[in-house]
Design a protein around this ligand. Structure first.
Ligand SMILES: Nc1ncnc2c1ncn2[C@@H]1O[C@H](COP(=O)(O)OP(=O)(O)O)[C@@H](O)[C@H]1O
Ligand SMILES: [Mg+2]
Length: 339
């Protein structure tokens, strides 16, 4: 099976020029692409590197095609940036791994995702979208609140100042986030409880939890928040362990239900944090979860639960094959040959 690999490498965008380092923060490192290529090859794929959307576009226009595209492009601009590669692939009728454009857009906007999750009756904290100072003044949430950019990832803009204990702090934090990220901010009550991230693979009724990972910040970490800096320096600042007590299982159940509600496909990672009563609240879903073999949360939780990187990628690939039918025809034919 010929599998194209679409991805956004920091160096490719640096070479194009005109992008800030902040805009490239979520992009992948060459080690991730090497590891992914090897894992796909080990799962029987003939891998062709495609790279970013511009490279994909020119190859499509030149008439190239693939049986399946394994897409991990984060995109560059706007809240639909993750949807762009899948939308282009759909226009050319090419099947791809992971969620479709609607899910990728809906989940990048944390408020839209939370509205759908709340509508499904799942626990997610109340929130306020802050587009200007008037919104911050009108915000009726009880303090302390946590304020972050509406449509970012990797802990960007989630930092010490995100925890605002009064209205003045909220006004100033929201102002600074809006200016830095050029988008509205979202405020929620500060959730003081345990933090979980849940890995899911598969589709619809067959979707299943790989494991629930608890994230524990060490003494030397930036306090209270699994921030961009804490993530970057996770090897020395964060302790990860699998959790299977009642609260962790509740986090898993909410995560799996949110995965299905939001129409996630093939695999994803969902973040939750508990309120003061110990009830895990949906924060957000990462339908394009980081896939660095040792540094990203999904491979970390898979590995702690005894699933190798190769098997994790194999499970995601298998989910996409079952969903699309791509790569299954040959084995069906084989089964029909009498023994
Ligand atoms: N309402 C909240 N209360 C407490 N901490 C929060 C809240 N929202 C986010 N955080 C902290 O910020 C981190 C990043 O937030 P998240 O919504 O997952 O955004 P990102 O897309 O950047 O990962 C979380 O892992 C958590 O530590
Ligand atoms: Mg997160």
């Amino acid at each position: 099976m010929r599998v194209g690999l679409t991805y956004d490498l920091r160096d490719d965008y640096r070479a194009l020029g005109g992008f800030s380092e902040d805009a490239l923060a979520e992009f992948d490192s060459p080690e991730t692409i090497d590891a992914l290529e090897q894992a796909l090859a080990a799962n029987g794929c003939r891998v062709e590197r495609i790279g970013h959307i511009r490279s994909l576009a020119s190859r499509l226009v030149a008439g190239e095609s693939w049986d399946l595209v394994f897409n991990i492009c984060e995109g560059v601009a706007g809240r639909n940036r993750e949807a762009q590669v899948p939308a282009l692939l759909e226009a050319y009728n090419i099947s791809y791994v992971f969620s479709d454009p609607l899910t990728l857009s809906v989940t990048l906007d944390k408020a839209v995702a939370k509205r759908l999750v709340r509508d499904a009756g799942l626990p997610t904290a109340p929130f306020s979208v802050i587009e200007n100072d008037a919104d911050a003044r009108a915000c009726s949430l009880a303090f302390p609140v946590f304020v972050k950019p509406l449509a970012e990832g990797t802990g960007k803009g989630c930092e010490r100042a995100s925890k605002a204990s009064d209205r003045k702090a909220l006004l100033s934090a929201a102002r600074s986030l809006r200016a830095r990220f050029n988008q509205p901010a979202i405020a929620e009550p500060f959730l003081p409880g345990r933090e979980f991230t849940v890995g899911v693979v598969g589709n619809a009724a067959a979707a299943r939890i790989i494991a629930v990972l608890e994230i524990v910040l060490l003494q030397n970490a930036e306090p209270d928040v699994y921030s961009f800096e804490n993530k970057e320096l996770c090897e020395s600042r964060v302790e990860y362990h699998l959790a299977d007590d009642a609260e962790a299982r509740a986090a898993g159940a909410t995560a799996l239900a949110a995965y299905r509600t939001l129409g996630c496909r093939d695999g994803a990672r969902l973040d939750l944090r508990s309120d003061a009563g110990g009830v895990p609240q949906f924060l957000e879903v990462n339908p394009l979860a980081g896939l660095h073999p040792t540094h990203s949360d999904l491979p970390i939780l898979a590995s702690l639960s005894g699933m190798s990187y190769e098997t994790l990628i194999g499970e995601i690939l298998q989910a996409a094959k079952l969903r699309t039918g791509v790569g299954l025809v040959q084995s069906k034919r084989r089964r029909r040959i009498p023994a």
